[in-house]
Design a protein around this ligand. Structure first.
Ligand code: HEM
Length: 128
């Protein structure tokens, strides 16, 4: 029985009395653990609503720490959302997924196109 959590749900659990963390593509409910966390509550709250994997791994958590995590597991994080999470902070604007993808592909067309235009402009001016 595996639940899939999306970014919307992750962002609804960003307070001390309702905190979920995203680590390595999985969602953990750390609400009952936050006061016991040896690293303190602030570092955990700072990772709320976004991908906490890097922060978690940078600390070099022990096997004991990792062994606690299955008990806190809520489910998997929606894979589509994962790409956009790193960029969006907790209090930021709601991520515009379609917008982000659209902008990305526009830029991909724009750069080679403008190079092409520049090339023909250069040819035109250097031959006249
Ligand atoms: C489910 C998630 C987490 C669990 C179960 C967890 C558990 C633990 C445990 C057991 C320790 C003690 C040292 C060890 O055994 O490695 C620890 C230390 C620490 N954790 Fe976490 N942690 C989690 C998430 C995070 C996150 C997201 C951060 C963000 C930066 C963080 C930052 C720290 C820090 C800085 C320490 C070091 C405390 C010290 O040595 O003074 N932890 N954590």
């Amino acid at each position: 029985m595996s639940k899939t959590v999306n970014l919307e749900e992750l962002k609804q659990h960003t307070s001390k009395d309702k905190l979920w963390l995203l680590v390595s593509g999985k969602i953990y409910d750390v609400t009952n653990f936050i006061d016991e966390h040896p690293g303190g509550d602030e570092v955990m709250l700072a990772e709320a609503g976004k991908d906490a994997t890097e922060a978690f791994e940078d600390v070099g958590h022990s096997d004991e720490a990792r062994a606690m995590m299955p008990a806190m597991l809520v489910g998997d994080f929606g894979s589509l959302d994962l790409k956009n999470t790193a960029k969006s902070a907790v209090s930021g604007n709601p991520p515009e997924f379609e917008g982000a993808v659209q902008t990305g592909s526009n830029v991909m067309y724009f750069i080679p196109l403008s190079l092409l235009v520049a090339y023909f402009a250069w040819r035109f001016y250097s031959s006249s």
